[in-house]
Design a protein around this ligand. Structure first.
Ligand SMILES: [Fe+2]
Ligand SMILES: [Fe+2]
Length: 313
């Protein structure tokens, strides 16, 4: 199966890149959970998983999505957080094994989500297990933001993942990370690259529910209003989303994607979807095109597509 023109997909070059954007796989909760591990904030999430979430987040949907992505034969894959449910050490190990099925670390880039910081977990037992997929180019330690350049694209990867009180699913970037983000985006601005900023929480004033929002989203938007970026990607909402935020030369597209494991006919969340994104350098600027590949009763199909001309920074 070819979803797009094969002549445009061959040989990822300095002028072209195709990649997948998926998020919120919420891999199944691992068995053999000890009572002492859930006598904290995890208890609510543990009960929620066994009551209803296990019916909505289905491993067979996730498997079918990875098969659809593999068939598209792309250059790279972005996973935008929430690989786990209640941040148990066994879940981080299972998510690492799942990442191996997505692809090798040089071809797959990951950030954590709020569920991956459900409670505070030592780095080495938690997201540190995913380090090979979270290292910036030439880096030996995981720091945020980190940058990976692939063809004409620079992926700028952020973490909004911090432990929060029970019933909260909010995120925070923090001033130190925002300062580094501004320096990174400024530095990349003159390099003729297509800057894709990836974070788990949406950066716009949606959702309005404070308990789920990115707390310093206004500060994030202020950075991008100064430095610009060519595209922002996120997950977290379990809904498809297209929005625009302000940059120095006009609007910056923002793309959110539903959970990668969401079954059909789930009550409040969109069914599973991933975005196939093409970036191509043209004389006048960049051509950005996406296909939304959504779950249907017949499997994954293209449910929407659009193309934008994006000016050079
Ligand atoms: Fe999620
Ligand atoms: Fe989330």
């Amino acid at each position: 199966m070819r979803i797009y023109d094969p002549k445009q997909s061959e040989n990822a070059s300095a002028m072209h890149l195709s990649f997948a954007h998926l998020s919120d796989p919420h891999n199944p909760l691992t068995p053999n959970v000890k009572a002492t591990q859930v006598l904290n904030k995890r208890l609510l999430g543990y009960l929620s998983w066994h009551r209803k979430r296990h019916l909505r987040h289905r491993p067979e949907v996730l498997t079918a999505m990875l098969e659809d992505i593999a068939a598209a034969d792309l250059d790279h894959t972005i996973v935008a957080g929430d690989l786990t449910n209640i941040a148990l050490p066994d879940e981080f190990a299972a998510a690492r094994d799942w990442l191996k099925t997505v692809g090798p670390p040089q071809d797959v880039t990951v950030i954590p989500g709020n569920h991956d910081a459900y409670v505070r977990v030592p780095f080495a037992e938690g997201i540190g297990l995913w380090s090979p997929w979270m290292l910036g180019d030439d880096a030996t330690d995981v720091t945020f933001p980190f940058v990976r350049k692939r063809g004409p694209v620079a992926f700028v990867m952020l973490s909004t993942s911090n432990p929060t009180p029970p019933l909260f699913a909010s995120g925070t970037l923090g001033k130190a990370q925002l300062d580094r983000l501004e320096a990174v985006l400024d530095d990349l601005r003159g390099q003729d690259v297509f800057r894709v900023v990836v974070l788990h929480h949406p950066p716009e004033d949606y959702p309005t529910k404070r308990r789920k929002a990115l707390r310093d989203r206004a500060a994030f938007r202020a950075v991008l209003a100064r430095t610009g970026a060519e595209l922002v990607l996120h997950g977290h909402q379990h809904h498809s989303h297209f929005g625009l935020i302000s940059g120095p030369q006009g609007k910056i597209p923002v793309l959110g994607v539903p959970s990668a494991s969401m079954a059909l006919n789930s009550e409040k969340d969109d069914e599973a979807r991933w975005n196939l994104i093409n970036v191509r350098r043209e004389d006048a600027g960049w051509r950005l095109s996406t296909h939304g590949r959504g779950l249907t009763p017949r499997g994954f199909e293209t449910l929407g597509r659009w193309t934008l001309q994006v000016p050079l920074s």
